[in-house]
Design a binder for this molecule. Structure first.
Ligand SMILES: [Cu+2]
Length: 124
């Protein structure tokens, strides 16, 4: 029969390593955006801002904005806000009325990648 004290010690260690693992769901999810997800804006925005639930890893966080023809309409100057690491910004070319698709892919500071997309509409 195995030594019970050694066995319970191993079980305790295993239990501790489980509880000290990072909490599941601690990723950077999109909290909100400007323009808002799915919204219709009357004035063409000059910038898109995405706000995430966690700080981002700037080197691995990006966003792209496409028009209905799939052409890129952002200026490619994607930047994590230097004063708020949860904000991802990109400047936009002048937008004609239409539907625009936002595709984002980010890595949070805990190294977990997340991605998603949404649309907004410009209808003056
Ligand atoms: Cu995470």
């Amino acid at each position: 029969m195995p030594n019970l004290r050694v066995l319970s010690g191993a079980t305790l260690l295993l239990g501790l390593s489980w509880t000290s693992a990072p909490p599941a769901g601690a990723h950077a999810f999109l909290d909100h955006a400007v323009p808002r997800v799915g919204s219709t804006v009357s004035a063409a925005p000059s910038e898109l801002v995405l706000a995430f639930t966690q700080e981002l890893e700037p080197a691995f966080s990006t966003v792209e904005v496409l028009n209905e023809q799939g052409a890129k309409v952002d200026k490619g100057d994607v930047q994590v806000d230097p004063h708020d690491g949860t904000l991802l910004r990109v400047s936009l070319n002048p937008l004609a009325p239409g539907t625009y698709k936002v595709i984002w892919r980010v890595v949070s500071v805990d190294t977990h990648p997340t991605e998603g997309d949404f649309t907004f509409h410009v209808a003056p």
